[in-house]
Design a protein around this ligand. Structure first.
Ligand code: BEZ
Length: 238
């Protein structure tokens, strides 16, 4: 390989896999992942490096939204292949000095993993040598209360993530689970949801003729109303 340092990505977890386990040092003490998060959702995300501008904008945004994620029973855990003291210094700088898009005095309270050895980053396929041999890409793993990976997003180094989309994905996953439905393109809480496709000719006929709460665009594509309050009441903590 020319001009590329070879980095072994020892594994690449997939949707539906059990989240790979690890113990790590973080800015909030040691963590035992995903064991200590059992019973809640957790978003494990990586960023390329401390003291970089896109990452700083991301951390300020994510930290500002932490309470919304907590209300949806979801904890946040960050990672980069920097060391603990770099993490601490960067998070202090963010709190003390950075004012960005109306956000200031932002305290990052969720754990940020130190991963100088890249052990965790490699376990989760966060090292993608075509993009960078020395920095993790911007990966996002949504892990459910049973420790199963439910969604994975990857962004390149040059693009900051959309954290409203990350919140939308979390709420959509929880809605699909809680109401046994699927969420269509661009779904937001309050929009119609998709009911499971009819599994028999009889149900297909019934659905097409239904004048009640189900609307069918064709026999295989039926939706029903699901109010925003109903969604949020079911999935958010009081
Ligand atoms: C950033 O966060 O600004 C950044 C990090 C690594 C490469 C490019 C940009």
């Amino acid at each position: 390989m020319e001009n590329t340092v070879e980095v072994k990505t020892t594994s690449m977890p997939r949707i539906g896999d059990k989240a790979p386990a690890f113990k790590a040092v973080t800015t909030q003490g040691e963590i035992d992942f995903p064991k200590q998060y059992e019973g809640s959702w957790v978003i494990l995300f990586s960023h390329p490096a401390d003291f970089t501008p896109v990452c700083t904008s991301e951390f300020m945004t994510f930290a500002s939204m932490e309470e919304r994620f907590a209300k949806a029973n979801c904890k946040l855990v960050g990672l980069s292949v920097d060391g603990l003291y770099s993490h601490i210094a960067w998070l202090r700088t963010i709190k003390e000095k950075i004012e960005y898009r109306g956000m200031k005095d932002v305290e990052v309270k969720f754990p940020l993993i130190e991963d100088i050895t890249m052990e965790v980053a490699k376990k989760y396929g966060m090292m993608q040598p075509g993009e960078s041999a020395t920095k993790a890409v911007r990966a996002v793993f949504f892990i459910d209360p049973k420790g199963i990976i439910r969604t994975i997003l990857y962004y390149p180094l040059s693009l900051g993530r959309n954290f409203e989309e990350i919140y939308r994905v979390l709420i959509a996953l929880q809605t699909a689970d809680a109401f046994s439905v699927a969420c269509p393109a661009d779904w937001q809480p309050g929009d119609d949801v998709i009911v499971p496709t009819a599994g028999s000719c009889g149900v297909a006929k019934e659905r097409m003729e239904s004048k009640k709460d189900i609307k069918c665009y064709d026999w295989f594509f039926c939706t029903k109303k699901l109010g925003k309050d109903e969604v949020l009441q079911k999935i958010t903590k009081k």
